[in-house]
Design a protein around this ligand. Structure first.
Ligand SMILES: Cc1cc2nc3c(=O)[nH]c(=O)nc-3n(C[C@H](O)[C@H](O)[C@H](O)COP(=O)(O)OP(=O)(O)OC[C@H]3O[C@@H](n4cnc5c(N)ncnc54)[C@H](O)[C@@H]3O)c2cc1C
Length: 444
């Protein structure tokens, strides 16, 4: 029987999920709170680009649209670390032929919506979901322009309505539903390095640039038009925090001291700093991710996380792939299919959140720490010599489809082992010796 699917939210997860459901032969309707972004001008400071990695690609490939995405993706095989003096150090993420990819959020979202519509989905904009029934598969919307209210019924509701999900909010009213949210002390602000006059990039194009400064961190991802979308992560309160940088002179002093080479690349830095919004960052957890046999959460609505591993979208895309596989496997028993989905995906939601919080420390402190860089070199050497014994944590997360929960567990074990190796006297001089490899082999 042709199932009727209503997806709430035409963001990244909702639009990709539509493609999966269409491929299954289902009838798909999406309701989106915002107006159609294809008709609107991008608002400065809200155009973030995203790092797409292997598990995101896997989900994209499975619906056969990778050749479209490749056209808007810039490979970034390495980080380029900018120190206080403006010296640069290359740090490859894995083998030199492995990369994560910078993709523009808006263009990717538009591409996915266009493909969903071409495949037969209908998208209704300016419809805000206000309620969902916890006993029947009905849901309620407000048209944000006409103020008209509508009620819908369908076979399956997919809640892809992001971190502040209305569907999840309603699920919270169920007995024994688990929910927690935690905001970190840091927020973020987007800034833009413009292109050169001839449209070329001002700094190396095929890299993620990072300015790690302990409590502060700045990253830059390349855009196809020669610009870089940059994100400043900074505490909300305390010395040089967002709360304290209130005057142009403070902003200039701060950037000229902490991010000197960056400041020289952005002529309208002060205007951007004051015009672009400051946003908060948090981790949202819940369980279960479904109601009976008719409603399921995907993406940020189920597991929003801080962006430090660049995995929120990738995890959301993986949700779409796994949900689709389980719907296929339990075709005649949606209740079992959705229960399995909740059970399988929840530990991975937790895993990606643990990994993301952990990677904040790695990015802001450790990418500038010579001991950490040495540790990564040793791990890479061991991984090349004994690939069946060791996949570095970053590679498990970004270059494989190993589950986030396994990656997190294995990564923490590796960390313990490496602390023993790093405590060997003179390790910086003897790390290339075969005895170090043998010791790692024994410990692993
Ligand atoms: C600064 C930053 C950097 C990031 N960088 C990366 C990265 O490099 N790589 C990566 O993989 N991830 C990254 N992420 C995470 C990524 O943005 C999210 O995980 C991803 O957008 C989740 O997709 P989604 O569709 O679940 O939610 P969203 O993209 O938030 O989409 C939700 C949609 O639902 C709509 N909606 C909301 N409420 C309602 C309602 N009541 N009714 C109808 N519609 C509704 C919204 O308008 C929106 O269109 C980053 C996040 C941030 C904040």
């Amino acid at each position: 029987m042709k199932k009727d699917i209503v997806i709430v939210g035409a963001g990244l997860a909702g639009s990709l999920c539509a493609l999966y459901m269409l491929k299954r032969g289902y009838s798909v309707v999406i309701y989106e709170r915002r107006s159609d972004m294809r008709d609107t001008v991008v608002i400065a400071g809200r155009s973030i680009n995203l790092a797409l990695s292997e598990r995101g690609w896997t989900a994209i490939r499975k619906v056969g649209i990778e050749h479209y995405v490749e056209k808007i993706a810039i490979p970034m095989p390495k980080r380029v670390m900018h120190d206080l003096e403006g010296n640069l150090t290359d740090q490859y993420y894995g083998n030199k032929d492995q990369a994560i990819y910078s993709v523009p959020r808006g263009e990717l979202n538009i591409l996915l919506m266009n493909l969903a519509e071409e495949g037969g989905a209908k998208i209704f904009f300016n419809y805000q979901c206000t309620d969902v029934s916890t006993s029947t598969s009905s849901l309620f919307f407000n048209n944000t322009i006409t103020k008209k209210k509508i009620e819908l019924n369908c076979d399956l509701i997919v809640g892809a309505d992001g971190a502040f999900s209305a569907i999840r909010n309603k699920m919270m009213k169920q007995d024994r539903f688990q929910y927690s949210q935690h905001y970190i002390e840091h927020g973020y602000k987007e800034l833009l390095i413009p292109a050169n006059a001839d449209g070329t990039h001002k700094i190396e194009k095929n890299a993620l640039h990072i300015w790690p400064r302990g409590n502060f961190m700045l990253i830059a991802l390349p855009n196809l038009n020669g610009s870089y979308t940059c994100t400043l992560f900074s505490p909300f309160e305390g010395k040089d925090s967002f709360a304290e940088l209130t005057k142009s002179s403070d902003v200039l002093r701060f950037f000229n001291t902490v991010f000197k080479d960056f400041a020289s690349l952005v002529p309208d830095l002060v205007d951007q700093f004051f015009n672009n919004p400051t946003s908060s960052l948090g981790v949202f957890k819940c369980f279960p991710w479904h109601i009976k046999d008719y409603c399921v959460l995907i993406g940020d609505s189920a597991h929003a996380t801080v962006p430090f591993y660049g995995q929120g979208m990738n995890a959301s895309f993986e949700d779409c792939r796994v949900l689709d596989e389980l719907i296929g496997e339990y075709e005649n028993d949606m209740f079992e299919g959705l229960s399995e989905y909740s059970k399988i995906r929840k530990p991975n939601g937790d895993g990606v959140q643990d990994l993301s919080l952990h990677n904040f420390i790695v990015m802001r402190d450790k990418t500038a720490d010579p001991n950490f860089l040495l540790q990564k070199k040793i791990e890479q050497k061991f991984a090349q010599a004994y690939p069946e014994k060791w996949i570095p944590l970053y590679s498990m997360v970004s270059f494989s489809n190993i589950s986030y929960s396994d990656a997190w567990k294995i990564g923490m074990k590796q960390e313990k082992l490496m602390s023993q190796i790093m405590s060997i006297p003179n390790i910086s001089e003897i790390w290339k010796n075969e005895e170090i490899m043998q010791k790692m082999l024994k410990l692993s």
